[in-house]
Design a protein. Sequence first.
Length: 326
Amino acid sequence: MKRTRLADGLDVTSIGLGSAPLGGLFSVVSDADAEATIERAWSLGVRFYDTAPLYGFGLAERRLGNFLRQQKRDSFAISTKVGRLLRAPGGATVEDDHYKGAPALRPQFDFSYDGVMRSVEESLGRLGLDRVDVLLVHDPDDHYDEAVSGAFRALVRLRDDGTVKAIGSGMNQSEMLTRFAETVPVDCFLLAGRYTLLDQGALDALFPVCVAKNIGILLGGIYNSGILANPHMGAKFNYEDADAALVARALALDELCRKHGTELKAAALQFCMAHPAVTVAVMGARNAAEVADNIAMSERAVPQAFWQELRARGLVDARAPLPGGA
């Protein structure tokens, strides 16, 4: 699998495994299915893995760690996130709206310097690893000042002393990432759901500044939580039920793909990977078949005629580069 330089001393595969589904996002995933998913990703050449304390409230980190600590440490790269500490709730808990089958812990925002240091130590304990390669400040949407003065100060120290190789932030928006790019010495961002066939908002400011400053993009949410994998009424878009207009757009894209003898998932993935700012396509999966399908979609033929018609019909932003220069 193609590898790209993300930071000094850190090469990553062009496709990575995202572990939110392994934490039970939307539905329970068994230990056996989680293990099979990670094993299949490894067998197909995936060597970049993304996780976070939030994903299944520690479950995804534990499951990734169970497999990865059996591999040679320099043979893979892993990212995790800071900004949430997992703590036992004060009273009785009900099942979380997003994570099913997760432990009885709940995340608490903490973007302070000390909170980040605790978060890293606790993540390493769950992973069973002596280090991670990439640390990302996770969802600081309402905590910009604390993230800059606390979390990023800690991350810069950890990078400077060699504890990690790359630092950045992971968010579902591009505006604050653009602010970080302009004010904090970051190496990469994980952007979820904001550069897809349905949403190209990252073209406005984030991607230009990242290209100019050589900041790598780890791109998640390529299928926008499922609507670009299987468009239908009731499909998810960015973790919530998609409205009728979005479903109609996704169905129109699907129809165009069928007209040209290809698949929407292949077009969605290859569209994202064509942008020079994108270093890794972080693809979530909840079973081994989904991993294999994601890899296959990256290689499936998408005719140039499809990209040309996509452009001609104005179905994507005119500034978006298309595969093959269409």
